[in-house]
Design a protein. Sequence first.
Length: 207
Amino acid sequence: MLFLDSFICLYNSVILNKNMIKTIFDSDFKIISDDYEFKYQEALTKKLDSSTENFSQEKLNEIVLWKVNRYAEFDESLIELINSIDKDETKIDIDKTKQILKGLLKTNGVQLAMASTILRYRNPNIYQIIDQRVYRVIYENQILELNTYPSEKNLNFQIELYIKYLYDLSAICTDLKIPFDNVPVPAIGLIALISILAFYTALKKPN
């Protein structure tokens, strides 16, 4: 009975709120000053509205990201730091990686999966995308669950987890003679890669 009463109250609240919305068919409908306050992705909205250039792939991407609210605006100093990673480097700089990861994870709209993707496309020799499915194969009975609240504790946990993931993945690739810079590689495919890793995990189990 208590649940039913609560549901009725919620229903009435929704209906009442809906009825409070004015439409052009209401006799007292009018535009008020608050209607002009548009605070959705303000920086990108201003950029798109002020642009007079012809559409390009970049512009269309920005419009799509604006619509789905997935646009991430990166600090210029962070971009410079990312670009300071040598694309041919084969040894990870831990301190620089931690600094970049912290900057990425503090960027609105960027979580660890996206941050790792950005790093992977800067240098696939030392960075790879942290993938839920591969993670579960490497770490038996573990699920990649992250608290994305940007506290220092959560940020540091994610950074350490990712660096450990890179070392573990690299060790497995070395054992199986899988090129680390192609994980997951189109030639092998993710499903095949997971099968290989699962076989590796089975071999490592004690009899």
